[in-house]
Each structure stands twice: as C-alpha cells, then as structure tokens.
Design a binder for this molecule. Structure first.
Ligand code: G3P
Ligand code: MG
Length: 245
C-alpha cells in the first residue's frame, strides 16, 4: 500500500508549501499529493483553494492575480509564529525539486469550479520538462479534465477519478473508470464500500483513498488491499507499514 502526503505533510506543516513537501519526504512518504491552479498570467501554482483567503495573508482568486502579485503573500499564515513565511510554490519549482527525490506525485488538476485554459497541456509540459513522466499520476474531480489528459499523456500515465462524498446514487466505480480510460478510483474514505472495492478489482481499477488520518481507516483499507492512501500525517502509516514487515 502506497502512502501519499495530502498537500504535503499538511497535518504538521503549512499545506501545499515546499516546507510541507520536504517534511513529507523526510518521513519517507512514497508520494505527494498536491493541487494545481493557474494565475491570471497563466503560471501554474500549487494551492488548494481557488481563493487565497483561507491559507494566505492575501485575498482574492488565483485566476485574478499575476504570479508576481501572488508571490507576495505568506502561505504559512495559519502557522504564524511556528514557521517562517512560505510562498505559494510555482508548479515548476515543485517539479524541479521532485526530480531529485525518490517519490511520485499525485497531481490534482483543480478545475472543479474555474476552468483554466489548457491547464492539462501545461501541466504535462512541465512534467516532461523535468523528466517526471514516470513519477506522476493525475487526478481531478473534473472528469472532463481527465478525459482531456487521457488524450495528451502516454498510456502508461495513470489517471485517477476523484469523487466526493456519498450521494446516495449507486455507483459502479470499476466499470465507470475502465470505460472512461481512468486507471484509478479516488474516493473519500467515507464513500468506499466493500462492494465498490470488489467492482474496482473486477475491472482492474486501482483505488487510492483520501483523507486517511486514523488507525481504524488505515487498518480497514489495508485489509481491503487498496493501492494507496492519501493522508495529512504520512509519518503514521509509514511507521505502521514498517512495523508490519
Ligand atoms: O486527492 C485527494 C484530495 O486532495 C481531494 O480533495 O479537496 O483535498 O483536494 P481536496
Ligand atoms: Mg487535492
């Protein structure tokens, strides 16, 4: 089972910052999950929300600011007094760093509400520029973005279909992902049933689950033999897995 650090080691460091990514690597995480948006002038940046307000001392939407403007803000606002200011990373800065690390990256294309023109092409071009083609997978709640991605990236690059919490509608995630050309299903832990797990396994679809921050969830998912978990505290499952060897 692979461990992915959700927005980096976001349980103990400012989410989606280079500090959180470095700290996740220090505890041996297999992978890192991060979120990508684009600025007004088309620069890809790593940040979760569309707006800067919650996690930085800036305000407004990323798509309304230039990269230069966005870099003035402190992305470690929520940890003030504990950590020095951090900038919102350019996706390129992350890739340059990740190229030297033995990790893979789950790149979430954040086109949930705002659609950034050509974000799929630009993200892939950056991945190629830093030679990360074999060390990435792409995920998105916007399955149109994944369909576009499927046409851009080679077949060996995996795509993960993110879904939200249980809607009450019966889903067949394995059949759906196989038909759509998505290799992975990415449900929240609250929406994964053993029936869904069976459907994915029948169709050869891998399962990566978010956000797994407790031992009960970890143990259940391990017993279900899922491929990956996405956690805010990567040190915990890494230590737990090491102890099982
Ligand atoms: O990829 C899993 C998780 O990151 C999806 O939700 O809102 O944290 O991006 P969110
Ligand atoms: Mg995400």
């Amino acid at each position: 089972m692979k461990v992915m650090a959700h927005r980096g080691y976001s349980g103990a460091y400012p989410e989606n910052t280079m500090l959180a990514f470095r700290k996740a690597v220090e505890v041996g995480t297999h992978g890192i999950e991060l979120d990508v948006h684009a600025t007004k002038d088309g620069v890809l940046v790593v940040h979760h929300d569309e707006r800067l307000d919650r996690t930085t001392d800036g305000t407004g939407r990323i798509c309304d600011l230039s990269f230069e403007e966005l870099r003035r803000f402190n992305a470690a606002k929520l940890w003030a007094g504990r950590y020095a200011p951090e900038k919102v990373p350019a996706f390129e800065e992350y890739c340059e760093w990740a190229a030297g690390e033995d990790i893979f990256t789950n790149i979430e294309i954040k086109t949930d509400n705002t659609y950034y023109p050509r974000i799929e092409e630009k993200t892939w071009e950056t991945v190629v520029k830093y030679g990360l083609e074999k060390k990435v997978l792409f995920s998105s709640f916007n399955h149109f973005s994944l369909t576009r991605m499927r046409r851009i990236v080679p077949e060996y690059v995996e795509l993960g279909a993110l879904v939200e919490h249980e809607s009450g509608v019966k889903v067949y995630p394995g059949a759906y992902c196989e038909a759509a050309g998505f290799q992975c299903y990415h449900p929240p832990i609250t929406a994964l049933s053993d029936e869904n797990v069976r459907d994915c396994k029948t169709h050869g679809v891998k399962i990566n689950v978010w956000t797994v921050n407790d031992m009960a969830g970890l143990e259940k998912l391990y017993s279900w033999d899922v491929e990956g978990i996405i956690t805010n505290y990567p040190s915990v499952p890494m230590a737990w897995l090491a102890a099982r060897k």
